[in-house]
Ligand binder design. Structure first.
Ligand SMILES: Cc1cc2nc3c(=O)[nH]c(=O)nc-3n(C[C@H](O)[C@H](O)[C@H](O)COP(=O)(O)O)c2cc1C
Length: 300
């Protein structure tokens, strides 16, 4: 059985990766998950300088998911390169670094710095709904998406993944803009903007008032957007949003994703990523698929 997939020339042993921000840089999960079994580890977003993140509370449970407004807390690129990359290099998995910034120059500085590091791909988070500047400011305007993609590509040595926001009217417009800017791969979806009010405290459940919604409840929206995007662009797609098991992952592959990421499910079940790998293999055995690539975009 072949489970290998190819993303812009980078071969993954299977299509399963972690979703940025839900797996640290792998270390805290490595006692539950054999990282060697994953197609790739996607790190938490890293910026040019350390960011403190948003005030607490920053997460809240919702029906079938959660809201978060972490605000891209991170130690900055220097600590990341010294501490996290050497840890991940010990494993036989691909390393994808998620990058965040407030300005185009911020993104480019991190991308340039990473060009010397032994990482396989770079993912640009232009879709975080939880920071005031940067992030979403880029991800909701097709002209800005194209411009930042072009700029980042000038500095990148590794293939560039542009991570798209679902908080738009037409996801295919953003996808086409990223492709026109030279993106190698797209990933979607980031979280959907939501709100929860604590009726007993008569206050917002999270200090930022709004947060990004993720988890099983968002999966049908994510599958729809992956399907639409796969039919609008030629570059490969990493699908995510509510994947908890192999069957969920297969749904994204059938919709047109070449690879999948597991996010919120890690909080409930720290072994979720490994179980998704096994679940895809079980599905392939059950329906006698020899090659995982036969599944990609099979449902038209
Ligand atoms: C607590 C938390 C932190 C996140 N941090 C990031 C981040 O730093 N960068 C990013 O691109 N996406 C971030 N995300 C979005 C996820 O990577 C993913 O796109 C989204 O949660 C949908 O997948 P899921 O439903 O499997 O969680 C975060 C999500 C959560 C729940």
């Amino acid at each position: 059985m072949n489970t290998k997939v190819n993303l812009a020339g980078v071969e993954l042993k299977n299509p399963v990766m972690t979703a940025s921000g839900t797996f640290g840089s792998g270390e805290e999960y490595s006692e539950f998950v054999d990282l060697n079994k994953l197609g790739a580890v996607v790190t938490k977003g890293v910026a040019a300088v350390p960011w403190p993140g948003n005030p607490t509370p920053r997460i809240a449970e919702t029906y079938g998911g959660m809201l978060n407004a972490i605000g891209l807390q991170n130690p900055g690129i220097d600590v990341f390169c010294e501490r996290d990359i050497p840890f991940l290099k010990k494993f036989d998995t691909k390393i994808i670094v998620n990058v965040c910034g407030k300005t185009t120059e911020d993104y480019c500085a991190v991308v340039e710095r990473l060009s010397e590091e032994p990482v396989d791909m770079l993912e640009m988070n232009i879709s975080c709904p939880n920071v005031k500047e940067g992030g979403i400011a880029f991800g909701q305007d097709p002209k800005a998406v194209e411009a930042i993609t072009k700029e980042v590509k000038k500095y990148a040595r590794q293939p560039v993944i542009m991570k798209l926001s679902p908080n738009v009217t037409d996801i295919t417009e953003m996808a086409k803009a990223a492709e026109a800017g030279g993106a190698d791969v797209l990933s979607l979806i980031n979280t959907l903007t939501g709100m929860k009010i604590d009726i007993h405290k008569r206050a917002f459940a999270i200090a930022n008032k709004t947060g990004g919604m993720s988890g099983p409840a968002v999966k049908p929206i994510a599958v729809r957007m992956v399907y639409q995007t796969a039919n609008a662009v030629k570059i490969p797609i990493i699908g995510m949003g509510g994947i908890s098991n192999g069957e969920d992952a297969v749904e994204f592959l059938l919709a047109g994703a070449t690879a999948v990421s597991v996010g919120t499910a890690n909080f409930q079940n720290p072994r979720a990523t490994e179980e998704v790998v096994k679940g895809i293999e079980d599905y392939m055995k059950q329906y006698q698929f020899e090659d995982v690539q036969e599944l990609i975009g099979l449902v038209k």
